[in-house]
Ligand binder design. Structure first.
Ligand code: SF4
Length: 408
């Protein structure tokens, strides 16, 4: 089982590095202004953890100092009873791991409902398992080779990473926590590349995990070179939560390296507006300025983003940061996550409440993910037919008759 103590080993299980990491990888110029601004999130975290602000903009420091037990968490934050108990009772199930950065976003008052705490701190409610399963998408039977998940003929999810800056309590790949040594494992990477290379129908590779940006620039460049060398791979996509949970990792240098392998797309995973800090926006800016389109996938979670009042600031903030809201996933039926679930009818009502209040560019597609593919869920605006007319309900609840069968 991986734990926060795995993180110093990140380099040892990666492919050979084509270049050495330099100071600019750890003290990136574009994040230094946060270290010198006493009002920044960065400076607040430095004070909270008793380190220099320069340490805070070094992403490796966060991986070394991931908070993984109740005693460490209690040193920097007051814990509610269910959170303290969660750390104790879940340490052999799905262990915690939280970057100091993400800890620093939590509301210090444990009696206040905090969307950051809900996503990252273990809670005793996770033990209430009635319906949840460990592999809700049947990814294991859909893997022709280990860690390559294929549901559609033209694309695969290539799970090269195991480590994450924060282990989200609702993660649908919790099952991978039970196995050691998956992070940039040389054999898994070699076999995955060989499978993709031998299947010309695969045009789209989603590099994911875990979080694939938890690797050196050199390891990522090596992987990108190998994927780009496969002639039938049209696009490469990354799924990463680092802009949200460890923004200092997304340096301009990393983005420029990735841009050498275009077309490359990045999907990140903001769930609430509290995550859109200036540091997170800088991480996104580094990607977008390098010409990398950035989309966002959220998971619909109780008390995190399940109301219009919580969702709208997130969507508006994403657009301002030049991130396209792409998917809103209905939560997967993962073991230990039932306290975070939202009924589908509530999700549909939420989707209906967005239309007309924000540009369509800012409205994600609401998705129920199934083992055989994604099912888009749409609020129903079609009320029925009246003769040749289709009766449509507009965003203000007024009925519109559309002459539906007219032809030239
Ligand atoms: S960052 Fe993604 S892969 Fe990692 S724990 Fe969170 S949801 Fe799971």
């Amino acid at each position: 089982m991986r734990s926060h103590s795995d993180t110093p080993e990140v380099r040892s299980c990666q492919p050979a590095l084509p270049e050495r990491e330099t100071e600019s990888d750890f003290l990136p110029e574009e994040f230094r202004r946060f270290a010198t601004d006493p009002a920044s999130v960065t400076s607040r975290i430095a004070a909270q953890f008793g380190v220099s602000a320069e340490s805070v903009i070094n992403w490796r420091w966060h991986m070394r100092r991931q908070v993984g037990d109740g005693a460490s968490a209690a040193k920097v934050l007051s814990l509610a009873a269910s959170e303290s108990e969660g750390f104790n009772v879940l340490k052999d199930a799905f262990v915690a791991g939280i970057t100091p950065y993400y800890m620093g976003l939590m509301n210090p008052d444990p009696s206040v409902s905090c969307p950051i705490r809900l996503q990252a701190l273990p809670r005793r409610e996770e033990l209430d398992v009635r319906h949840g399963v460990m592999d809700p998408l049947d990814e294991v039977p859909h893997s022709p080779v280990k860690e390559v998940v294929q549901v559609y003929p033209d694309r695969v999810a290539f799970c090269v990473a195991q480590l994450c800056p924060v282990y989200c309590r609702y993660c649908f790949r919790k099952r991978r926590d039970e196995e050691d040594g998956l992070h940039f494992n040389r054999r898994i990477v070699d076999n995955g590349i060989a499978y993709i290379a031998s299947n010309p129908a695969i045009r789209d590779v989603l590099v994911t995990g875990g979080d694939p940006f938890i690797a050196s620039d050199g390891a990522l460049e090596n992987l990108l070179e190998r994927l780009r060398a496969i002639p039938h791979v049209d696009i490469i996509r990354f799924g990463t939560r680092t802009p949200v949970t460890l923004p200092y990792r997304v340096t301009a240098k990393l983005a420029q390296m990735i841009a050498k392998f275009h077309p490359v797309w990045v999907n990140t995973h903001f769930n609430c507006a509290e995550e859109l800090t200036p540091e997170a926006v800088q991480a996104v800016r580094n990607l977008v300025d390098a010409g990398i389109p950035v989309g966002n996938q959220s998971v619909l979670l109780r008390d995190v983003n399940d109301s219009r009042d919580r969702m709208m600031p997130l969507l508006r903030g994403l657009l301002k940061a030049r991130v396209r809201p792409y998917y809103l996933f209905h939560p997967h039926l993962v073991e230990g996550t039932e306290h975070l679930r939202v009924p589908i009818d509530d999700g549909l009502k939420l989707m209906k409440s967005l239309r007309g209040n924000i540009t369509g560019l800012g409205i994600p597609t609401y998705i129920v993910d199934t083992p055989s593919g994604k099912v888009p869920m749409m609020p129903n605006h079609v009320l029925g037919r009246d003769g040749e007319d289709l009766l449509l309900e507009d965003v203000r609840g007024q009925i519109w008759r559309e002459k539906a069968s007219l032809r030239p």
